[in-house]
Design a binder for this molecule. Structure first.
Ligand SMILES: Cc1cc2nc3c(=O)[nH]c(=O)nc-3n(C[C@H](O)[C@H](O)[C@H](O)COP(=O)(O)OP(=O)(O)OC[C@H]3O[C@@H](n4cnc5c(N)ncnc54)[C@H](O)[C@@H]3O)c2cc1C
Length: 523
């Protein structure tokens, strides 16, 4: 039987990035994916008769900045990015006022100044002062955790002025450490500006009342420096390109192969046997790219797991910060009061995230209700309309409207997600129509992704799109647990990548590249 150097379990984008680097280095690699398609939560599928629908992520910020696209030549295999500028838009409910977040900090500040001039200056200072700290954090995130400190020291020696500014910027460090709720309360005056910033920051990372969620507002501010992108043809074009690069380097992909058992191989030169139903693969190393709990507690042979490791893995925190997504085919785009549009009904408000959350209290009350299993009284919505920038996604004249609402509980106090998901999608549609009354009667079809549906289809337990909570206690080399914090596990030859590992969830690929680096050193 053929013996592979590495069997990669799961074809999420991090696993595919690892697979590409390993195959490029001459290793014999096989990828086994449970679904009929590769990509995990970076995947676009055809639905509703001719619409190309993202089933997970849509917006790419970090992957285009990582250097991975160029290093692997993804751009030569079908990945082409378009920039989303403006990247976010906050319509003030019941008025024709709005805040628009452009790539240009100056233009954004002008937009904020129309609501509150003092807040515009505060925002500018916060973003400019945060820039150095964020660059340092990014450096630490892009390398394996055991190299992070070294990377930070190297950057500080190379850029002493940046270190000096960081030390001086005491308030900024404090603001990054605190919660986003406390930060906006301390810094900003206008309720609309506060709500826009907290809801924007809440799109990733810890919840707005958690320590370090302030960093998420500063991090979103860095979008002025980095820009926000998405692949033409859908988010999944990134993983399509990864699959092509991997195969071009001689890699093998097996889809519809749900791995159910990984054990030690007996003789014959292989170390492990990976079983996916009738498919059996012999390999010297295994790289798990799926959820760490699925890998270690469901697939790994029990004899390879100690009680201590098992207890620690079971105690890892899966966040309540799951999402609820409705993918809607619509016959026109939502119109916002006071926004200019062209003859097709397309305006700059449609290019990025549209933030429908009237007040900070709407979000705080949602967060508290969700923690006890209740649904929001008024769901805050973040919606996206990418057909405005990429008409190839829908039949001519038609559009896609994605509406995302945080943080619906996976464990409901009452009822079952299969019974209430449609009703919840209707309530979200009501919010869409309240902001944009033109949408009444314009819904053609929809695909509802409750936390349970996200878990079933994508294997993201409890619908946590980052696999595990992104609180400080589960970051860096503590992700997922200290014994597995540097992509290696307690079993020689078994490695981890994906959102369960450093630096966590989002479309980035940093975990995939770092895991491959660690493996190549050891193989
Ligand atoms: C609805 C939604 C919207 C999102 N929006 C954004 C966004 O706009 N921007 C952003 O940056 N991030 C976004 N995210 C988060 C981001 O997409 C994820 O954090 C990231 O893609 C996860 O990548 P991963 O490498 O950890 O692998 P995953 O995507 O988790 O893939 C794991 C793979 O393992 C496979 N697998 C599981 N079990 C088995 C098995 N037994 N055998 C074989 N294979 C198995 C799964 O099928 C899957 O393909 C979103 C996620 C979701 C769900």
């Amino acid at each position: 039987m053929e013996i592979f150097d590495v069997a990669v379990v799961g074809a999420g984008h991090n696993a595919l990035v690892s697979a590409c680097y390993l195959a490029k280095a001459g290793k014999k690699v096989v990828v086994l994916e449970r679904r009929p398609v590769i990509g995990g939560a970076v995947c676009t599928e055809e639905m509703f008769g001719g619409y190309k629908v993202d089933i997970g992520s849509s917006i790419h910020v970090l992957l285009p900045q990582s250097g991975i696209v160029e290093e692997l030549g993804l751009d030569k295999h079908g990945l082409e990015y378009i920039e989303l500028d403006p990247f976010a838009f906050y319509p003030v409910r019941g008025s024709d006022k709005a805040i628009t977040f452009y790539r240009s900090l100056d233009k954004t500040c002008e937009s904020i100044a129309a609501i509150c001039p003092q807040d515009a200056e505060t925002y500018r200072n916060l973003i400019l002062k945060s820039a150095d700290v964020l660059r340092l954090i990014m450096k630490a995130m892009e390398v394996p955790p055991n190299q992070a400190l070294f990377e930070i020291i190297k950057t500080c020696i190379k850029q002493p002025q940046s270190l000096r500014r960081t030390i001086k910027a005491k308030d900024v460090i404090r603001h990054n450490m605190t919660s986003s709720l406390r930060m906006v309360e301390e810094l900003f005056i206008s309720e609309e500006v506060k709500a826009a910033l907290v809801w924007l920051g809440a799109q990733h990372g810890p919840q707005p009342d958690a320590a370090t969620s302030g960093a998420m507002i500063c991090a979103y501010g860095s979008l002025h420096e980095m820009g926000v992108y998405r692949p033409i043809g859908g988010s999944g074009m990134a993983t399509v390109a990864m699959g092509r690069v991997f195969e071009a380097h001689g890699g093998t992909i097996i889809t519809s192969a749900a791995v159910d058992h990984v054990s030690k191989a007996i003789g014959g030169g292989a170390c492990f046997e990976v079983k996916a139903g009738d498919t059996i693969v012999q390999t010297k190393n295994v790289l798990f790219g799926c959820h760490v709990r699925t890998a270690m507690l469901k697939m790994l042979d029990k004899s390879l797991l100690s009680d201590d490791i098992e207890r620690k893995l079971k105690a890892t925190k899966i966040s309540n910060a799951s999402g609820f997504m409705v993918r809607q085919a619509v016959s026109e785009l939502p119109q916002y009061a006071g926004q200019k549009v062209d003859a097709r009904g397309i305006g700059e408000c449609h290019s990025g995230m549209q933030l429908l959350c009237p007040t900070v209290d709407t979000l705080v009350s949602t967060m508290h209700r969700n923690r006890v299993g209740e649904l929001a009284t008024y769901p805050p919505v973040m919606q996206m309309t990418f057909t405005a920038v990429d008409p190839s996604l829908a039949p001519e004249g038609k559009h896609l409207l994605y509406s995302w609402s945080s943080y619906p509980p996976y464990h409901l106090a009452n009822g079952h997600w299969d019974d209430i998901a449609d009703r919840e999608a209707d309530r979200i549609w009501d919010v869409v129509c309240e902001y944009s009354p033109n949408m009444k009667g314009k819904l053609i079809d929809r695909y509802v992704q409750s936390p349970l549906e996200i878990e079933r289809v994508l294997g993201m337990l409890q619908g946590d799109v980052c696999h595990l909570d992104m609180g400080m206690d589960q970051m860096m080399s503590n992700r997922p647990i200290p014994e597995m914090g540097n992509y290696k596990t307690h079993v020689d030859g078994i490695y981890l990548t994906g959102s369960s590992t450093h630096p966590g969830g989002a479309v980035w690929g940093a975990s995939g590249r770092s895991a491959a680096k660690v493996m190549l050193k050891e193989m």
